[in-house]
Structure formats: C-alpha cells, structure tokens
Design a protein around this ligand. Structure first.
Ligand code: MCN
Length: 787
C-alpha cells in the first residue's frame, strides 16, 4: 500500500470552504437570539466620569445595556487573567469592561444588546460617556522614564517586568576581547494580525440548567473554557461548552482570552437569551492583540576570523495597556532563548523590559518572539559580514553549529534536537545560482542600473513547546502536552478526537493521513474531530506550531495502543503468540506467513462482537493518550530574498525568494509548502509594508485596510521552495513544526536584501517597513541621491 504520510493529499477542508458551505460563528443563528455591540473608548487614556445609558435603553428594540459597574456588582469575577507569570511581574486588574479608567483606544466601556444588530449599533451611539481625557504614553522607552503618565495609577512605574537571560559578565568580556564589533538600533514594527474572519462569539446561557454554550473564534477551546470559568464568569467548568465552528485564521490572535467574548457570555447570563457579538474590521484592528513592537539595541563581537565571541541585546517590549494572556512569555522565553540562532555562540546576554503603554495589548502573533530574535541575529550576521569583509553566506557557515554537534546546548537554555544547517544553506545557494547573481549585482552597480540586493536569513525556531514541567517552572499557567482519542468503529473506520484545534492548518487532512497511514486504511474511513469541549477530551489547542509535533504524536501513540490491542485479538484468532504477530498494511499475520491474515476490519468487528475473544481482554477498540514531549522541536532553514530597488522612487520589488526549510519528516508536502507560502507572505509584509502607527495621543492612525498595507498577491513572487529532512529524534513521527517558519525567516531576509542593494549609499540599517518614502529619504539624505 502507498504511504499516506508524505503524500500531497488535497485538503479535505477545502470543498466546504470554497463552496461557501462552511459555517463560521457569525453564520450561526439561534431562536430568540440577540445582538451585542461593545461601546469603546475613543481615548487612549481617560477617566470615566459617568455613563448615561438611558437614551440607548429607550430605543425601540434594545434589550439591555450594561456597564463595567454592572459587571463589578455582579457575582462574576469579571476579569481577564494573565496566563504566564514572571518573577516580579506586575499584574494590574483587567476588568472585562472598564470601570473608572480607559487605557487604550478600543477599551470596552459598555455593551448594548438588541433585537437586531442595526438597532444595537444605533443604541451604542446613544450611550453617553463623560470622559476626562488624560495624557497618554505611547513610546515604550519613554514610558520607562520618570515623570511620565502611569498606565496603571496604583503601580510605581510602567515597567511590567524586567527579565534577563545569559551571562552578562562573560559577554562583556567577549566584547572586550573582540577584533570586530557591530551594533545596531532597531524598532521591530508593531503588527496587526488581520485574520480574515474577525473575532466573534455566540453565547447561549440556559438559566434552567445553568449551562453556557459558547461558540467562538478560538484556537484553543479548552483554555477558553478554563479561563471563562475561573476568571471571567465564575461558572463551573463542566457547565461551559466552548465550540470552535469553522475559524477563519488566527495567526495567534485567537489564542488569547479577551474581554469581549467574556462580556458577551456574561451578558447572555444576564438576559437569559443567546447573544451574538462580531467585531467589525476596524474594531478588530484596535482590539485583536497586536504583535512585535520592540525597541532594541543589539551588538555582536567577533574575532579576527569572523567567529562570533559574544552577543548582547537590550530590548524594550511594548506590552500595551494590559498584559494579554501569554504576553509575558513572548519577549522573554520565546525571544531571549532563541538568540543563539543557528550559531555556536560562546557568550550571550539578553535583557528585556516589558513596558505598559496606552496602546492595544501585544501578544503572540505568528512567530511570537522568534521573528524578533531572528531579525536581531540575522541582521547582525549581515552587518558582521560587512565589517569583516566576509561573504554573508561564508560568515554564517563559519559560525553554524556543526551537524555532528547535536543535541546542542546553547548559552540561553535551549538544547537543539537535531540539525544540518549547512545542508539548507548549500541547497539554497545552488537554487539561487549565487555566484552568477553576485556578478549580475556587480554589473548593475557599475552600469548605474536598478540596484540589486541579496539577503540571507539562516533561521532556527523552537516550536512544539514542551515539556509541561519545564514550561510550568518558567511561569506558564498551562500544560504543553496534547491529547488524542482514537475510536475504532465495528467496520474498522475511525473517528479521532484531537485536543489540537485547527483554524486553517488542515488537520482534518494531515491528522487523517497519520491515522490512515498507521492503520492501512483508506483516508475516507477516517474522521478527525476537534474544537468542541463537550466532544473532545481536554487539550491545549493550536499555536506555537505544536500540532503536528505534539498533537500528531499524541494521535500516533493512541494508534499504537489500538494496534497493540488488535494484535492480541489477532493472536487469539490466528492461534499464535502475540509477540509473533505483526501488523503491516492493515493486516495482522504471523511473522513469515502473510498468507493467513486477519484484516483491520475483521479485528475491529471481533473487538465489538467479542464472540471469539481472548478471555482476559475487554471488548471495544478505543484508546486515549496525553503526550508530553521531552523537548521542543527545532525546525531550521535558509531563506534568500532577491530585491530590486529603484533609486529614483525608493520602491522595493521582490524579484526572487528561495526558501530551503527542514521541518523533519513531512506529513503532507503540499500543506507544508502552503504553510510556508502564507508565512513568507506575512513576513515580507512586515518587512516592506505593514506597521501599526500611533500618534502621540494614542490614536491608531492606520486602523483600517485603506491605510494598513497587508501583502497583496501581485506584489509577491513565486516562492522557490525546497527542503532537507532531518527528523526530530524525540517524537514518534520525527516531525517538526512549520506553521510559523516562513514568518520567522523572511523579514530578516528581505531587509538584508534591501540593505545589500543600498550598499553603494553607505546605508547600514533601516527600520521596517521599508516603504518607498523611507528608502528614498535614506538614499537622498546621504547626498548620494540622483534626484
Ligand atoms: N505539517 C506536516 N508536516 C510537518 C509539520 C506540519 O504536514 N513536518 C502539517 C501539520 O499536520 C498541519 C500543518 O502542517 O496540518 C501545520 O502544522 P504545525 O506546524 O504543527 O502548526 P499548527 O498546526 O500547530 O498550527 C499553528 C501555526 C501557527 S502557530 C500559526 S500562528 C499559524 C499557522 O499555524 N496560523 C495560521 N498557520 C496558519 N495557517 C492558516 N491558514 N491560518 C492561520 O491562522
């Protein structure tokens, strides 16, 4: 039988998606349903003097209006918790509706419920909030200074936490001994996630049974059930059912526990009717947790041969007005620990301030800390190439962790599982035709043609977060194992329940491939169920590119269990010893005698009939596993961007993009390529076009798609992808994650390419996004411009 794992089976999800049959939260209708609109602060910082809801309440069709005071006076805890605690972390209260102070534009102050969404919208405009505007602080560096507005008045300052990793003294010593040092200051631009489907919730509280059913746009239904129960609603966990219907992308933004879904659920409990809330696009842009937003100084010390001696990084991470669910982990354990990149670096020190400002909270966005770390190290490597006169490919090669050095313990906590960094670099150079391209670059420079730039990013990422005991010791309020239950039906067909929760990644295809491959089944006989806390055993959900490595492994372990049980039944039927029975291509037979066999379906039927059956075995064929890996997985690769810069306009065009990735064994090559395509596009977006811009008063000035530029297909190129395969040594499938790889690698590749193109102008660094205006000004500010 053909191997199913490793085949580019078409996504089983797509027919429903592309024919419009898929049902998203906002498509759902319930009898007696009402619609909610959340009234939001137009100020970044203000005191709420009073709220008058009387006009809104008087509007025909309005069911109820609630404010933060109503929540505070109810029996519900009514807060949004923090899910990752660092030493010394400030944890100011975060109510699900603001009570006396608003802290960012978009902070919710009231909720209006009406018979239809248009009445709710009109009534929201009738809620009169009397604000006393206060001075806002937006810049994360300024926010740490003295005499600045405090985001949380009862805290001493705006520093949410201070965190460090590595050895400062040893790193300082490395710099003292260096033949070359390079440094740069950077702003890693703030990004808005822009999942195609905005966040939405449909809460249905039944006052008789006390049960709440909450359909919502979530990447992790069980986490949301837990936090709704503990922190927001105070309902017993077993009386809450969270369901993720079709979810139209998340990119991290649907991990977090937001006030909005909680207040929707709380409101349904008050009115005793179903309540639906769906964010508008502009609302999503000010309330979905943003990503990145670091201000960093980074320095690299090297010896005379271009070998790295030390790396020093100081970062101010903008956390926004409140700590979002996993926000404290992003600029710390998902950032500082990645600083060694693919390199053997003997001394590293990374220091981080997490800072409150009057802006939208910042949390995980595709890559989450790892793109920021990769940007630091990969820009430094290109600056170091320049300083040492080495080719950017050569300086990387000189510093790679050798392929025989795994497992490799870095100076910043992580132990890389397996790798072959030269392998991906060599392959990428070959695909690119590197030497010819450099010659072409030289020719263009000499002939005054449009500028050509070649940019490298040899990245590593840590994903498939684990093990639970370790992340717990680092402050996680979550486990990082994953669950899978396999139910074999009497015909041998299988329904598998996974604690992962896909929202675009194609688990219904890839997880079914794992089942079909292991059991020798046609994939049509496999169904994957996710995203419903009443149907699926507890699981931690989908983020951190963990589902294949952790959720897929849990599934594999459960499959091994049902295969093992089947072996006992087969041994009984074949009148052989269990250890002599083998299972291959969906059949059990005595080793060496395949002509007498029991098929998977025969065994499944016998397990249910239990007529001719081993005496000491229970009937039925089901297994459940909770898989807790022994380590993260560490995918890696080399991405190379080739750009053209028009010196007259500053316009950057992407000419080629070569990506050679290694994600271990591959379950579905087409899905893996698709994940890379999406990720690369998002990373190119960060490098060239995207960035949330706040004015001094805290208004998000580009909060609509008219002025926030997300990548468009015609601005991109056909990505040239290839891979090497270095299996993960510690999970049963040998897989590593791929969901974020493209986003992690690509910003540095593109920026390195643009700076390479601008070399004749002596430009060392420009902050993302590299808009035509920024590039044009840089060219002209050095007096070299042609205009
Ligand atoms: N896969 C595979 N072989 C591998 C690794 C993965 O075939 N060696 C397959 C998996 O089985 C899965 C897909 O590739 O179908 C992605 O797997 P994985 O890397 O495990 O990532 P997750 O499924 O955990 O998805 C999370 C990841 C993250 S963190 C973000 S952010 C992201 C991403 O996935 N958001 C996405 N991809 C996205 N894709 C879509 N369409 N929408 C999003 O919001």
């Amino acid at each position: 039988m053909a191997q199913v794992i490793g085949s580019s089976i078409k996504r089983r999800e797509d027919p429903a998606l592309i024919t419009g049959r898929a049902r998203y939260t906002d498509d759902l209708q319930m009898p007696n349903m009402t619609y909610a609109v959340i009234v939001r602060s137009p100020y970044a910082h203000a005191r709420i003097k009073s709220i008058d809801t009387s006009q809104a309440e008087a509007l025909d069709g309005v069911v109820a209006v609630f404010t933060g005071k109503d929540v505070a006076e109810s029996s519900a805890p009514g807060v949004v918790p923090v899910g990752w605690i660092l030493d010394g972390l400030k944890q100011p209260a975060h109510p699900i509706l603001a009570v006396d102070t608003v802290r960012y534009v978009g902070d919710g102050v009231a909720i209006v419920v009406a018979e239809d969404r248009y009445v709710a919208r009109d009534a929201a405009d009738l809620v009169e909030v009397d604000y006393e505007p206060l001075e806002a602080i937006i810049d994360p560096v300024k926010a740490t200074e003295k005499e600045v507005p405090l985001v949380h008045a009862n805290e001493a300052d705006n520093i949410a936490f201070e965190w460090e990793i590595g050895d400062k003294a040893k790193t300082d010593q490395a710099f003292a001994n260096a033949a070359h040092t390079v440094s740069f200051d950077l702003r890693n631009n703030r990004l808005i996630p822009h999942a195609i489907e905005p966040r939405a919730a449909l809460a249905d509280y039944d006052p008789i049974s006390g049960h709440l059913t909450l359909h919502m746009t979530t990447q992790n239904p069980h986490i949301h059930r837990l936090l709704m129960s503990l922190a927001s609603l105070g309902l017993p966990e077993h009386k809450i059912r969270v369901i993720a219907p079709e979810v139209g992308g998340g990119f991290g933004s649907k991990i977090h526990h937001y006030p909005d879904e909680a207040i929707t659920a709380w409101t349904s409990m008050q009115v005793g009717r179903p309540v639906k809330w769906t964010a508008t696009r502009s609302e999503a842009n000010v309330t979905d947790a943003h990503g990145r937003d670091h201000v960093t100084k980074a320095e690299l010390a090297l010896d005379a041969n271009g070998k790295i001696l030390g790396l020093r990084v100081n970062t101010y991470a903008n956390m926004g007005a409140y700590l979002s669910t996993f926000a404290p982990a992003i600029p710390t354990y998902l950032y500082g620990t990645l600083m060694s990149g693919e390199y053997d670096i003997p001394a590293i020190y990374c220091h981080v301030f997490g800072v409150f400002t009057h802006t939208t909270p910042v949390d995980a966005y595709r890559g989450a800390g790892r793109p920021e770390a990769t940007f630091v190290i990969e820009r430094l490597m290109s600056l170091a190439a320049e300083a040492t006169g080495l080719d950017p490919a050569e300086i990387r090669r000189r510093n790679f962790v050798a392929s025989d050095a795994f497992p490799y313990q870095t100076q910043v906590a992580l132990a890389y599982d397996s790798g072959n960094y030269e392998g991906t670099l060599d392959k990428a150079l070959e695909i690119l035709g590197y030497q010819d391209l450099r010659a072409e670059q030289e020719r263009r420079r000499n002939e005054g043609d449009r500028l050509l730039g070649i940019g490298f990013s040899s990245y590593i990422e840590a994903c498939g977060l684990a093990p639970s005991a370790l992340v717990g010791s680092l402050g996680a309020g979550a486990g990082q194992w994953e669950s899978a239950e396999v139910r074999v039906h009497p015909t041998g067909a299988v329904t598998a329940y996974s604690g992962s929760s896909a929202h675009g990644q194609g688990h219904k295809t890839t997880f079914a491939q794992i089942v079909a491959d292991k059991l020798g089944l046609d994939i049509e006989n496999v169904e994957i169920v996710q995203g419903d806390t009443d149907e699926v055993q507890f699981g931690w959900g989908t983020y951190g590119s963990r589902s294949a490595a952790v959720g897929g492994s849990a599934l594999s372990v459960s499959l091994d269990k049902v295969i093992e049980k089947g072996r006992k039944i087969a041994a009984h039927l074949l009148e052989a010893a269990t250890e002599d029975v083998v299972f291959e291509d969906g059949k059990y037979f005595v080793r060496g005698a395949p002509e007498r066999s029991q098929g998977w379906g025969d065994i499944a039927l016998q397990a249910h009939l239990a007529h001719n059956y081993p005496a000491d075995l229970e009937p039925g064929l089901e297994a459940r596993s909770f898989y807790d890996p022994s380590n993260f997985v560490f995918p890696f690769g080399t991405h190379i961007a080739v750009v053209e810069v028009d010196p007259d306009t500053g316009e950057v065009s992407l000419l080629r993009y070569v990506a050679v990735d290694d994600v271990g064994n591959v379950i579905n090559p087409m899905i893996v390529d698709g994940q890379l395509h999406g990720g690369i596009a998002q990373g190119v977006g960060q490098a060239l076009w995207e960035g949330a811009v706040y004015d001094e008063s805290g208004q998000l000035v580009n909060g609509t798609l008219m002025d926030y530029a997300i990548p468009k297909a015609h601005k991109l190129v056909f990505f040239e992808l290839d891979r090497t395969v270095t299996p993960c040594p510690h999970n049963p499938l040998g897989v590593k994650g791929v969901g974020e790889a493209g986003t992690i690698a690509s910003p540095a590749a593109v920026v390195n390419a643009v700076i390479d193109a601008l070399k004749p102008y002596g430009i060392k660094h420009l902050d993302m996004p590299l808009t035509p205006e920024k590039v044009w000004r840089a060219i002209n500010s050095n007096g070299n411009g042609r205009s």
